[in-house]
Ligand binder design. Structure first.
Ligand code: NAP
Length: 336
């Protein structure tokens, strides 16, 4: 019989790539989607006929329980979250309620309804915040510096408590994933802002420009506004990373794993590379604006994925330059 996987946040970047991976592996896939006015399925539009969609919300434990009761998954991937670190400063309560307490609802409802199901929790490198150790691994202390990361740390610690419960342990593995990007990354994230802006500028697009998180056109008077150009991140490619999620749930024992490339680049390097792909000099188009600098800075974030390599046999396949190329070429076609 085919295995059944249930994904919260299925319409997001990772949810959509994970869905494609699991369908390819012969899984039956179901997922939780927030109801919206247009029934817009975004990233899962192409596969919506092959999956079972449940309308619900991480803030509604009832909707989670009803979906699990009906779908009876063998594996649960909890990817739903209010996932912008910068945006979380503007809605601190929403961040803790969805990203933190919402994950707790998933663990608890799964324990009631499908106690044998293996669970993946989407933890994040943002939990390391301003780390005292570089690179970071599974033993590095957390020091979160934004509300999103605090909410994720709460969810992470609740997952570990549920896993270590001597009376009724749950199988919950946490992937501490470093930043991973793709053409499906939200336009409120710096990498996607850069690739979309480079594509719009190259294509001479003047109408229907994508908007940034302030609701302004991404390119205004020929310029792209960014925050701290020297911020360093460890950027990988999302399809590589969802494979690690699946591998974690194929292990006998639940555990925590850092998933990263081990390599860091600055925002400036990302911009330089992206504009190079379209044959332009980034310095003519990028300006800095303090509105895009978070009130408390995170970093430097650089992961050590040695445990994932040793235990899961996982390694990133896509290089930094290829990642930038993939994103820019997709945006050249999208914003033609
Ligand atoms: P994403 O594209 O922002 O997707 C998040 C998904 O969560 C969206 O489908 C969103 O639905 C859904 N969601 C938000 N609030 C919800 C709610 N109250 N109830 C139900 N669903 C809700 O994020 P991603 O990049 O795929 O990341 C997947 C997970 O990994 C997230 O938990 C993220 O925090 C974590 N993570 C990501 C990275 C990264 O670099 N991408 C790194 C580490 C960890 P709507 O479309 O309706 O908003």
């Amino acid at each position: 019989m085919a295995k059944r996987a249930f994904i919260t946040g299925i319409s997001g970047q990772d949810g959509s790539y994970l869905t494609e991976l699991l369908l390819d592996k012969g899984y039956e896939v179901g997922g939780l989607v927030r109801r919206n006015a247009t029934a817009e399925m975004g990233n899962i539009d192409d596969v919506k006929g092959e999956i079972k969609i449940y309308f619900g919300d991480l803030q509604s434990p009832e909707s989670i329980a009803l979906a699990l009761l009906d779908f009876k998954p063998d594996e649960i991937y909890n990817l739903a979250s209010f996932s912008s670190p910068l945006g979380s400063f503007a809605d601190k309560l929403g961040s803790i309620m969805i990203t933190g307490v919402g994950a707790f609802h998933v663990f608890e409802r799964a324990k009631d309804v499908v106690p044998e199901a293996k669970i993946y929790q989407a933890s994040t490198s943002e939990m390391f915040g301003a780390p005292k150790q570089v690179p970071q691994d599974e033993t590095t202390p957390f020091n979160p510096k934004n509300p999103y990361a605090v909410a994720k740390e709460y969810a992470h610690r609740m997952a570990v408590i549920a896993r270590e419960d001597k009376k009724s342990p749950q199988y919950i593995s946490c992937g501490i994933l470093f930043n991973h990007e793709s053409p499906r990354r939200g336009l409120n994230f710096v990498t996607r802002k850069i690739t979309a802006a480079a594509a719009c500028i190259k294509n001479g697009r003047k109408e229907d420009l994508p908007l940034n998180e302030m609701g302004e056109p991404l390119v205004k008077d020929g310029k792209l506004k960014l925050g701290d150009l020297e911020a360093k991140r460890d950027w990988g490619y999302a399809p590589d990373y969802v494979e690690a999620m699946w591998l974690m749930l194929q292990q006998e024992k639940a555990d925590d794993f850092v998933i990263a490339t081990g390599e860091t680049h600055t925002v400036r390097e990302f911009a330089e590379e992206a504009f190079k792909v379209v044959g332009l000099d980034w310095q003519n188009y990028v300006v800095t604006d303090p509105h895009f600098v978070p009130p408390v800075q995170t970093g430097p974030l650089q992961g050590n994925p040695a445990k994932a390599k040793a235990v899961l046999g996982w390694e990133p396949k896509t290089t930094f330059n290829d990642l930038v190329k993939i994103m820019v070429h997709a945006d050249l076609a999208k914003f033609s």
